[in-house]
Design a protein around this ligand. Sequence first.
Ligand code: SF4
Length: 257
Amino acid sequence: MQRRSRSGGRSHRKKAVAVGHLVGTSKYNVRREAMGSARTFDSKPRLSISAADFLPAERSLDSLQQAAETCRGCELYKNATQTVFGEGASNARIVMVGEQPGDVEDRQGHPFVGPAGRLLDRALSDVEIRRKDVYITNAVKHFKWIQRGKRRMHQRPLIRQVIACKPWLRAELLVIRPAVVVCLGATAAQAMLGRVILISKERGKLLRNQSGDTICVTIHPSAILRLREESQREREYQRLLSDIRVVSDYLDNPTAQ
Ligand code: SF4
């Protein structure tokens, strides 16, 4: 068996601390938190700073939203205009989770109000779900971006940033207690399921995570908008509708699943 040198172990540990800002844990544990259940996401050892340090004692959607405005659980607040918290019915049976606010959302302070939000509105209307009956949020509450010329281009959040932000999502779900959580895209799915998933393989199915949430994974509307061909966009849009119909069928008849 190959033995790891002492110095190798130390440098590994040093790197883990640098990557995860960890206290009393290792890079392996960060991965476990990323891949594991909500228990591993939410329990110690955890990141030294995360949104958990900013949660209010009293948990309503209003108090959570207010507290999230001053969250410094990771560095993403530094370049964003504001926190974009979830919005919608506090008794929603469906919670939809995207990745993070986009450029328009960051400026306006509301989730899914840009082009992807308009496509989602159209999809909800096509399957006869009223947006006001749904709670819509993101796995990460601040816009992560990079300047390209005059444009602020979206950047995918790192897994440690998703983990740092997860306490807000968990708190929203604990207040709302929805029947189903719809994950729009891989980042939301990873946040909810605690593992990397292939959207193409798992979309449109009802899944369970270790917290007992019922989850349906589908594509993020912005991924549809990025497709070049109109025919491709239409095909993917129809698949999005079909995934959301799985959710509405389940709500109509939960025991049939
Ligand atoms: S992205 Fe989430 S954890 Fe990071 S600062 Fe914003 S609200 Fe806090």
